[in-house]
Design a protein around this ligand. Structure first.
Ligand code: 3H9
Length: 697
């Protein structure tokens, strides 16, 4: 094993290199090595030191995997102080990224040079903590309060130009990091430059205006989040105290955050985002080449998929049934791309190039004869899908992948319409497909491993989070949705209103409640799903007759201006509709139910228990490989609050035995709906949690 911190000298310059792949996280061995290197530098003849990161970036921050374990000396704040106190000057030469504790180490150095393209940031709030190694005190001493508040409460990194202008770095270098560092150190030596500790700079001037602006931004963008508020207070402390007292306040606030469930949820989300694509079945399997993608169907979904593919540099041919429909799809894609230009995600000339060179429409499947992958996004009907797949099978080249964007149909049955079921897979995008992060990769019985690997590689290229799912009605996400929506419908019969339920769940942290979501998607979707399932429905199941009535009244949600809510003049936010309450009262009466008061707490408890119970079934049946796959689906496709980590993480944090106790109690009155998932029962009796299953294949 190589040393995590190397020490070399080049003439009068010492080079201290942190080499701890993959991201040079500041784990225990690195911290020890850094202190030892500084001590050695103080003792030898070198006059200036350059601190470097080996590999593709400078330093990725504190080692997040150490959080929650007993701390080991030296702590990062002590290491940063030790660098700052070094008796000879130290230069940070930054390339790639200096993030979190990594930037704090650079701020402990006396000078900073960064290469073009470097990201400098303090993203701790995205993990539910704050910069705890002096970042909240040293940053404002260099940049002033406004910039420091912005960087630290948003967590968004800045580039070197911005960093130079705001005083965070001293120079933008060229070449590689060692040469830029050595060049800067050489200049500093010839100028006779001395140590320049950031901590010795005067404390920043208080800035009430910047604080008020930050408060307003947090109110809008970070409601319910503790870390940005704490981070703001820590930065304010820099303007109120000397360094030592400011650092003590930073530590106090940092320690408080370390104890919060939000920190646990956000760090779980950080790791699952990376682990979700690590699957033994595709480990070491080479994906197939994909350069040309066919999309069949140019409705909202197909056009969104085509847009996502075009934005990531793929060639796209979109097939529609006639020229008019193809033109309409083209217009939708042009609108989507114009949106990307407006948001600064795409240059205007690049957009023109995409539309003229990379995009084509057609009305004949034969136009896909040289496509590497076709994604079908036509009407949700098995008959229609099978026809499309037969047509694709006839024209597509050997080795091409045939994918369906179905959201619940049986992918095995679709695959059986072709002579190449090994090349068939489900790619379930979420609308709008060029925006939503989630991609469910539905692996059918005969799907080849390299087809699955290609789906994961494609997701990465499209900058989406791919989650492996097995075949069942609704896969992971929609299968669970239909179950917990069932819990919401039961809560309505018990006495809660749809509006109270939505409010309680948005308070919990969901982006939207289930009834507002249904209005957005269209009430016809829920109605069709109920119709489709009618033949196989258990007679003990509850059918929301009031929702069916809304459908029959033509109240389909936002698109008709009325659904559960009323949308005046095309407004996106609705107001509760008293007529809905009347329909519900009638449904309760018909069912012989006397409504009772339902608390917000009970709403959350039942809704979440239903979600977790079905999630446990999904994992128990192998539809999701691991609980973290369920969490990823809900976080990236269903507006689940990231700071709660996902439903299975939430359940672990609540305690599975208590949750199972609730489910068993409700089961007594409604045994059909509340039967506990066998996996949940097993985990409780084995005294284990969902997380214990996350490392399995
Ligand atoms: C902090 O610094 C607190 C201090 O203020 C106070 C302390 C007292 N630790 O993302 P990738 C793993 S908090 C441990 O795929 P990329 C990651 O899980 C920290 N592990 O690479 C993955 O593992 P695996 C503040 C980490 O090139 C592998 O490295 N810093 C850490 O796409 C590759 O990661 C941050 O919040 C870590 N800090 O992106 C930065 N970082 O292969 C967090 C990564 O087993 N990191 N790993 O799945 C990032 O944003 C990105 O990883 C980075 C590289 C941009 C650095």
């Amino acid at each position: 094993m190589t040393e995590p911190v190397r020490y070399e000298t080049e003439g009068e310059i010492a080079l201290i290199t942190i080499d701890n792949p993959p991201v040079n996280a500041l784990g225990h061995a690195v911290r020890q090595g850094l202190v030892a290197a500084i001590e050695r530098f103080e003792e030898d003849d070198a006059r200036i030191a350059v601190l470097l990161g080996a590999g593709r970036l400078f330093l990725g921050g504190a080692d997040i995997s150490e959080f929650g374990k007993p701390p080991q000396d030296p702590w990062l704040p002590e290491v940063v102080n030790r660098i700052e106190d070094c008796t000879k000057p130290v230069v940070a030469a930054i390339h790639g990224a200096a993030l979190g504790g990594g930037l704090e180490v650079a701020l402990g150095c006396h000078y900073r040079v960064a290469l073009p393209g470097t990201k400098l940031g303090l993203p701790e709030v995205t993990l539910g903590i704050l910069p705890g190694a002096g970042g909240t005190q040293r940053t404002p001493r260099l940049t002033g309060m406004a910039k420091a508040l912005e960087m630290i409460t948003s967590g968004v990194p800045i580039g070197p130009d911005d960093a130079l202008a705001s005083g965070l770095i001293d120079r933008i270098g060229d070449g590689d990091a060692p040469s830029a560092g050595i060049a800067f150190a050489t200049d500093l030596l010839s100028d006779g430059a001395e140590r320049r500790p950031v901590g010795a700079l005067p404390r920043p001037t208080a800035d009430a205006e910047a604080v008020a602006a930050t408060e307003a931004t947090l109110e809008k963008r970070a409601r319910g989040l503790v870390a940005p508020q704490h981070a703001m207070r820590a930065v304010i402390a820099a303007s109120e105290h000397d360094l030592e007292a400011g650092l003590a306040e930073e530590r106090r606030l940092f320690n408080e955050l370390m104890e919060t469930p939000q920190r646990e949820g956000l760090i779980h989300a950080f790791f699952l985002e990376r682990k979700v694509s690590q699957l033994p079945e595709i480990d070491g399997v080479s994906p197939r080449e994909v350069g040309h993608v066919g999309v069949i169907g140019g409705g909202t979904m197909g056009a969104g998929i085509a847009t996502a593919a075009l934005l990531s540099g793929l060639r796209v041919t979109l097939i529609e049934r006639d020229t008019a429909a193809a033109d309409k799809a083209r217009a939708t894609i042009e609108k989507n791309l114009a949106g990307a230009v407006k948001r600064g995600k795409l240059a205007e000339d690049k957009r023109d190039e995409i539309l003229s060179d990379a995009f084509a429409t057609g009305t004949d499947h034969a136009a896909l004869s040289d496509a590497d992958l076709a994604i079908e996004a036509v009407f949700e009907s098995m008959e229609v899908k099978r026809e499309v797949f037969e047509a694709l099978d006839a024209v597509m080249k050997p080795g091409a992948i045939l994918a369906t964007n179905t959201s619940y149909l049986d992918v095995n049955e679709i695959a059986a319409a072709t002579k190449r079921p090994a090349d068939v897979i489900g790619l379930h995008f979420f609308s709008p497909a060029h925006v939503m992060k989630l991609l469910e990769v539905v692996v059918a019985d005969q799907t080849a491993a390299d087809v699955t690997a290609t789906a994961f590689a494609l997701a990465k290229r499209l900058r989406k989070i791919a989650v492996r799912a097995g075949v069942c009605d609704g896969f992971i996400g929609n299968r669970m949705l239909s179950h917990y929506r069932g819990a919401a419908d039961r809560l309505v019969l018990m006495g809660a209103s749809p509006f109270q339920i939505d409010r309680a769940l948005t308070e919990f942290g969901f982006a939207m409640g289930p009834f507002a979501v249904a209005d957005l998607a269209g009430l016809d979707i829920g109605f069709m799903t109920r119709e489709r399932k009618a033949a196989t429905r258990d007679r003990r199941d509850v059918v929301p007759t009031w929702a069916d009535e809304l459908y029959h009244l033509g109240r389909l949600g936002q698109k008709t201006g009325r659904g559960y809510y009323i949308y005046e003049d095309g407004a996106r936010g609705g107001t509760p509709d008293p007529e809905v309450e009347t329909l519900i009262a009638k449904a309760r009466e018909d069912a012989g139910i006397t409504p009772r008061e339902v608390t917000d707490d009970e709403i959350v408890r039942r809704y979440m228990a239903a979600m977790v119970n079905e999630g446990a079934r999904v994992v128990g049946e192998g539809i999701a490989r691991r609980p973290l796959d369920v969490d990823a689906v809900k976080l990236f496709g269903y507006g689940f609050p990231r700071y709660r980590g996902g439903p299975m993480k939430w359940a672990d944090m609540q305690g599975l035995d208590g949750l199972l106790g609730d489910i068993r109690a409700w089961e007594a009155n409604d045994p059909f709906f509340w039967a506990p998932a066998p996996l949940l029962e097993t985990l409780v009796s084995d005294n284990r949690n969902f997380d214990s299953l996350n490392d399995r294949a």
